[in-house]
Design a protein around this ligand. Structure first.
Ligand code: EPZ
Length: 416
């Protein structure tokens, strides 16, 4: 896996293109299981999480071909309804395959996904909703086995707008025989993108404005073609890099409408932002200013996935910033690594108090999780001296070609 080595202190100049969304690609690849045909998915990033999803599709009997960023998935012949433990362990968000296997095959067996670096990641909301759709679910010895006749639909109110639970309900009811209504559904752009893919495949998924999703069951889903939306969290990570290291960068293929509510944070920090329909120009020529109060929230609020990279930028801010992580219970593991680089951050439960310092210093640091890894890259770009980042398997889950992109912008960065 090697290390990423950054000799920090250089401004970032130039333009890069934002990759396709990991968190849209994964549920859409799971949705291919519903299709009795061939799905062509464009703008699929080359990531280890996407590779894991491809391995699951192949295990189920799909033929999957990758040509650049286009994946062709032939799911006419599904021969398996189970996901083996080693594949589930590789990527906990494989739980989203539960809904699509159940919806296509009427039965599914997979191991409990277990927790991860940022929290316990329970799936109670997923399983309770599937039971309301008529699924019989047995959980024992770390395995989940489900049976479900074609669902007649249900009205499901989620106590929390869980992204994965919303996706699983949509996938499990798309080929039902009735109408399913989800109240308090997740409103993330990735949900809209999943609905858009399914509707092109002949399903009927209507995403309302007030967090309501209506799914009219269809007999089958057929071949279609789709382009995955840009990755909003990767865009926000590169923006944090400019905010921390300074410079002037054009982000192409950035869907600005998917992170509008985050722009004020960068403007308050002193960044100059010129958004246009599908690109964004960000420049910064001073030390960031502190941002008094950031609270992570379900969409359209400040995204929890941007908390770590933005924190890295604010660790250089004039004054003290405060970030409250309301979504995950253990999502500050990157703080100890940032502190090794000279950041002054105190944690009180779910509150991080970031006392800005004039500069960070290069150090040997380890990625603790995916977005924590993004934060260390952001910090290394602005730090004085050399930063060596290890445990890159976390970064490779969600950031495609991160060192090539940053090198294109003038950063002194390489992977050993
Ligand atoms: C998705 O995870 C994303 N992953 C996460 O991105 C993202 O952080 C998260 O949504 C929130 O936006 C993918 O899309 C693959 P949730 P998911 O269900 O679906 C609790 C990244 O960095 N909860 O909305 O697992 C849960 O514990 C990753 O790309 C239950 O209690 O998120 C958490 O506190 C990290 N019971 C909160 O809800 C459940 O049954 C949000 O979880 C499900 C969730």
């Amino acid at each position: 896996m090697g290390n990423i080595i950054i000799d920090g202190g250089r401004q970032l100049e130039g333009e890069i293109s934002v990759q396709g969304s990991k968190n849209s690609s994964l549920p859409i690849l799971a949705a291919c299981v519903l299709v009795d045909g061939v799905s062509v998915i464009h703008n699929c990033p080359s990531l280890t999480d996407v590779d894991a999803a491809i391995r699951i599709l192949r295990h189920l009997g799909c033929k999957v071909k990758r040509e650049g960023s286009t994946l062709t998935v032939d799911s006419r012949n599904i021969v398996n309804c189970s996901i083996p433990e080693e594949l589930m362990r590789e990527m906990r968000s494989s739980i989203v395959f539960l809904g699509s296997i159940l919806g296509r095959m009427g039965k599914a067996e997979l191991s409990s996904p277990g927790g991860c670096d940022i929290g316990l990641r329970p799936i109670d909301l997923h399983l309770d909703a599937l039971k309301m759709l008529g699924a019989e679910i047995n959980e024992k010895h770390g395995f989940i086995s489900c049976r479900m006749k074609r669902t007649k639909g249900a009205a499901i109110s989620l106590s929390f707008p869980s992204v994965g639970a919303t996706e699983n309900i949509i996938l499990a009811s798309a080929l039902g025989v009735g109408r399913t209504v989800i109240h308090n559904a997740a409103r993330e752009p990735e949900i809209l993108d999943l609905a858009s893919f399914l509707n092109k495949a002949g399903c009927r998924v209507i995403v309302g404005k007030q967090g309501t999703v209506v799914i009219e069951g269809r007999r089958r889903a057929f071949s279609s073609e789709h382009r995955v939306i840009p990755d909003r969290i990767v865009a926000l990570t590169y923006m944090s890099a400019v905010g921390a290291a300074g410079g002037d960068v054009l982000l192409r293929n950035a869907d600005v409408s998917s992170f509008l509510t985050v722009l004020p944070v960068f403007e308050e920090a002193g960044c100059n932002i010129v958004p246009s329909k599908n690109s964004l120009r960000i420049s910064m020529n001073t030390r960031p200013k502190c941002v008094k109060n950031i609270r992570t929230m379900p969409y359209p609020g400040f995204p929890t996935d941007a908390q770590a990279p933005v924190m890295a930028m604010l660790s250089l801010g004039y004054g003290t910033s405060v970030m409250v992580e309301t979504i995950f219970e253990n999502r500050f593991k990157h703080v100890s690594e940032l502190s090794r680089m000279g950041a002054r951050i105190k944690i009180e439960g779910r509150v991080a108090i970031i006392e800005g310092v004039e500069s960070l210093y290069g150090a040997k640091v380890k990625c603790t999780d995916l977005r924590g890894g993004g934060a260390l890259v952001v910090a290394g770009l602005s730090a004085k001296g050399r930063t060596v980042i290890s445990n890159l398997e976390h970064i490779d889950r969600g950031y495609e070609n991160i060192e090539e992109n940053l090198r294109k912008l003038g950063a002194e960065i390489e992977r050993t």
